[in-house]
Design a binder for this molecule. Structure first.
Ligand code: ADP
Ligand code: MG
Length: 355
């Protein structure tokens, strides 16, 4: 196992990249501690797979270094890095049985037969593959095949890191739940560093202690699920995480005061320390908007009852925002007004939380 450092990484698939847009990874610096459970979360195309392939050695970065503990492995071949990688779609040997598939990574490394048997039995049990161990892998459903892929990733006990690239894409929703909690359990038991790549916030937040959020080839924030929820450092984190995502309202700044449509709004980071440049916005999650006697006048434009609470959409002029209202709370009929909890209201400039 190892601490993993990604230092000043950039990657372009083009031969002669010039502008930032030519890079699939624009700039990545990450330090992953030994034994952590990490998620890499971001929309399709933001560079997650590129990053994993650079870590595993399938791809050489255009710039930067990869360190395992203090050893620079940037020029090491994939098979020298001692990594297990599970891909989005099953990678298995169709002509082999399930057992032979699971044994393969161990046989390759001349592990003792008794240990092979024991590991394969453990992994098969965890993934519910015990009954199919001696059938040919080709006969299995897509689910079953992907479980073999997962098993092959998990069967070795001597790897530096196990990386999963959207491993549950082809798995049906119920089984997804089961496998996700099993992976989490397994991490707690074996303590190997795990990096779990997904575009699904629920998967990321339930699996990981630390979530790395990526957007357009960069890391926009690393934090615990609570930090990402309460303290989004970038508007992308605000709207990508949470359901519904964070409200964003245009604002201006006058003498250190944040103004929305001329109305002063208190934020956790105002007045700003320095002059603010760029496009400014106020971000506040629907959880931190509430009806009040004295706040911003609004009109209620829509109410959706989602069971435990209602999602209420209100508008101030042309600006719409969403708020969560619990079942007991009444929605004011006459001239409703809303306030924001200033502790969880943030001023952003060009997408980044202002200091
Ligand atoms: P993700 O895994 O987050 O969906 P990828 O790492 O696959 O993102 O892709 C990041 C960017 O790099 C995308 O714009 C994608 O089109 C581009 N890309 C990925 N693989 C290649 C490739 N082999 N050749 C050229 N461009 C690629
Ligand atoms: Mg991908």
């Amino acid at each position: 196992m190892a601490r993993i450092t990604l230092d000043n990484l950039r990657h372009s698939y083009q031969a002669a990249p010039k502008r930032d847009e030519d890079y699939a990874l624009q700039q990545v610096d990450i330090e992953w501690q030994d034994g952590g459970a990490y998620a890499l979360l971001g929309p399709s195309g933001c560079g997650k797979t590129t990053l994993l392939n650079i870590i595993s050695g399938l791809l050489n970065p255009t710039q930067g270094r990869i360190l395992f503990d203090d050893v620079d492995v940037t020029r090491h071949a994939a098979d020298q890095r001692n990594i297990a990688q599970v891909f989005q779609f099953p990678v298995i040997y169709d002509t082999m049985t399930v057992r032979q598939n699971l044994e393969f990574p161990l046989r390759n490394r001349n592990v003792e037969p008794s240990i092979i048997n024991q590991r394969v039995a453990e992994i098969a049990d965890m993934l519910d593959l015990t009954d199919t161990l001696d059938t040919r892998a080709s006969g299995l459903t897509a689910d079953g095949k992907q479980k073999i892929s997962l098993g092959r990733g998990l069967v070795r006990s001597d790897v530096n890191v196990i990386m999963f690239d959207e491993p549950l894409t082809v798995i049906d929703p119920h089984l997804k739940w089961v496998l996700r909690s099993k992976l989490k359990e397994l991490h707690q038991r074996i303590g190997t560093t795990m990096i779990y790549v997904t575009h699904d916030q629920t998967e990321a937040l339930t699996f990981a202690d630390q979530v790395v959020v990526m957007y357009e080839g960069r890391v926009v924030q690393t934090g615990t699920p609570v930090e990402l929820f309460e303290r989004p450092q970038h508007t992308f984190v605000g709207h990508f995480i949470g359901s519904p995502g964070m409200n964003l309202l245009p604002c201006s700044i006058d003498a250190g005061q944040v103004l929305f449509e001329g109305i002063p709004i208190r934020t956790c980071n105002s007045p700003p320390r320095d002059a603010v440049k760029g496009e400014t916005q106020i971000g506040v999650r629907p959880e931190f908007v509430y009806f009040s006697q004295t706040g911003l006048p609004v009109e209620v434009s829509r109410v959706d009852d989602v069971g435990r609470y209602r999602i209420v959409e209100v508008a101030h002029g042309a600006h719409r925002m969403k708020m969560l209202v619990s079942g007991e709370q009444a929605i004011p009929q006459m001239s409703p007004k809303v306030d924001f909890n200033p502790e969880f209201t943030t001023l952003y400039a060009d997408g980044w939380a202002v200091r």
